[in-house]
Design a binder for this molecule. Structure first.
Ligand code: ACO
Length: 333
C-alpha cells in the first residue's frame, strides 16, 4: 500500500487486431445478406478474425505489450491487471492471469471483469479506484475479444456484426493535468435476456441439446438493444460530463463503443456535438465488444488528432445490460 493519489493518468495505450480481414462480400457468400444491407444498417464494411491458434489472451497480451511500450513502463512494474472479456480463453483461470504469464508481469494481481461491451469502462473504473486509494501505483486495463469463437456463423442477424481485437491502457498514479476525472456506471439485469450467450454456464450446462440448439453463441434482439444503447449511452455521457464540472462545448472528443454507425450518429446528435468530434472505426472492425473503446482510443491517439489538454468522453453499452461513461483529460502530446 502506498500513499493515496489525487490524480490518475493514462500513461500509455495500445491495441492489436488480427491480420485476417473478413469483408461483407465474403459474408454474403456464407449467409443470406449483402454488402448493401450490412453497410446501410450498421456502417460495417469489414472485420478482423483471429487465427485458430489465437485466443483472447494472445490478442490481449499483444495490446498490453504495446500499451506498456507506449508508456515506457516495464511489465515488472505493473501492480494490477484487469481484463474485460466475454470470450475468455477458459472459464478459469482468468484471461488476466494468462496475460500476466505471457507478458511477464509477475508482481501483478490479476482478475477478469464481465460487463460485455461496457467491460473496458468497468475495468478502467476499478483500476482507477485502486490507484486513488494507493492499493496500486501502476495498472494495466485490457479489453480483449475473440468474438469469432462465440458467433453463430449461420445466424445472419448477428454474424455480420462482430469482430476480434484487443485494446489496452496503462494507468499510473500522478501525472500532469486532471487525468481520469469521472466514471458513471449503470446496469439493468432485468433486460439481460435481450443480449446473451444462453448455454455453457451453470443455468444451461453444455450438453448435446445446448449444442444442437446453438446456445453457445451470442443471441441478440438487435432492435430493442439499439434503443436502450442510444438512451443509456447518451444519459451516461451527459452525467459524466456534468459530474466532471464540464459542458458539452468543453469536450474535444467522444470515443464511443463501436457497435453500429447509426448508434454513434444518434449519440452525437443527442449530445449536441458535431460528428467530427465523435470517433468512429466500426467500418473497419465491426463490434469488438470489450475491446472496442481501447482500440478506438488508441487509433485516435495514433492519428495525431488528440492534443494534450483535450477532454475526452469514453462511453459504452453492452449485455447485462451494462453501460458506462468516463471523462478524462488527455495529458500526452
Ligand atoms: N442481412 C439481410 N437482412 C437481415 C440481416 C442481414 N445480415 N439481419 C437481419 N435481416 C433482416 C431481418 O430478418 C428483418 O427481416 P424481416 O423484416 O423480413 O423480419 C430485417 O432485416 C430487419 O431486421 P432488424 O433486426 O429489425 O434490423 P435493424 O434495422 O434493427 O438492424 C441491427 C439490426 C444492425 C442488429 C441493429 O438492430 C443494431 O445494431 N442493434 C444494436 C446492436 C448493439 O448495439 N449491440 C450493443 C452491444 S453488443 C454486445 O454487448 C456484445
Amino acid at each position: 500500500m502506498t500513499a493515496p493519489a489525487s490524480v490518475v493518468t493514462l500513461a500509455g495505450i495500445g491495441s492489436y487486431v488480427p491480420e485476417t480481414v473478413l469483408t461483407n462480400a465474403e459474408l454474403a457468400a456464407r449467409v443470406e445478406t449483402s454488402d448493401e444491407w450490412i453497410t446501410s444498417r450498421t456502417g460495417i464494411r469489414e472485420r478482423r478474425i483471429a487465427s485458430p491458434d489465437q485466443a483472447a489472451s494472445d490478442l490481449g497480451a499483444e495490446a498490453a505489450r504495446r500499451a506498456l511500450a507506449d508508456a515506457g513502463v516495464q511489465a515488472a512494474e505493473v501492480d494490477l491487471i484487469i481484463t474485460a472479456t466475454l470470450s475468455p480463453d477458459t472459464v478459469f483461470p482468468s484471461t488476466a492471469c494468462l496475460i500476466q504469464h505471457q507478458i511477464g508481469a509477475s508482481r501483478a494481481w490479476c482478475f477478469d471483469i464481465q460487463a460485455a461491451c461496457s467491460g473496458f469502462l468497468y475495468a478502467l473504473d476499478v483500476a482507477h479506484q485502486h490507484l486513488l486509494t494507493g492499493r496500486a501505483r501502476t495498472a494495466l486495463v485490457i479489453g480483449t475479444e475473440k468474438l469469432s469463437a462465440v458467433t453463430d456463423w449461420e445466424d445472419r442477424t448477428t454474424c455480420v456484426l462482430f469482430g476480434d481485437a484487443a485494446g489496452a491502457a496503462v494507468l499510473r498514479a500522478g501525472g500532469p493535468g486532471r487525468g481520469l476525472m469521472t466514471t458513471i456506471l449503470g446496469s439493468d439485469g432485468s433486460l439481460g435476456d435481450l443480449l446473451m450467450i444462453p448455454g455453457g454456464g451453470s443455468r444451461r450446462p453444455t450438453s448435446a441439446e445446448t449444442l444442437r440448439n446453438r446456445e453457445h453463441y451470442i443471441r441478440m434482439k438487435g432492435r430493442e438493444v439499439f434503443k436502450h444503447a442510444v438512451t443509456n449511452m447518451t444519459q451516461a455521457a451527459k452525467e459524466a460530463i456534468a459530474a466532471s464540472g464540464l459542458h458539452h462545448d468543453d469536450i474535444a472528443w467522444v470515443v464511443p463503443h463501436q457497435a453500429n454507425a447509426r448508434i454513434i450518429q444518434a449519440i452525437a446528435q443527442r449530445l449536441e456535438l458535431p460528428q467530427e468530434k465523435v470517433f468512429m472505426n466500426v467500418q473497419r472492425y465491426g463490434n469488438t465488444s470489450a475491446a472496442s473503446v481501447g482500440l478506438a482510443l488508441d487509433e485516435l491517439a495514433r492519428s495525431g488528432r488528440l492534443r494534450a489538454g483535450d477532454n475526452v468522453v469514453l462511453v459504452a453499452f453492452g449485455g447485462g445490460f451494462t453501460w458506462g461513461a468516463s471523462v478524462l483529460e488527455w495529458s500526452r502530446p
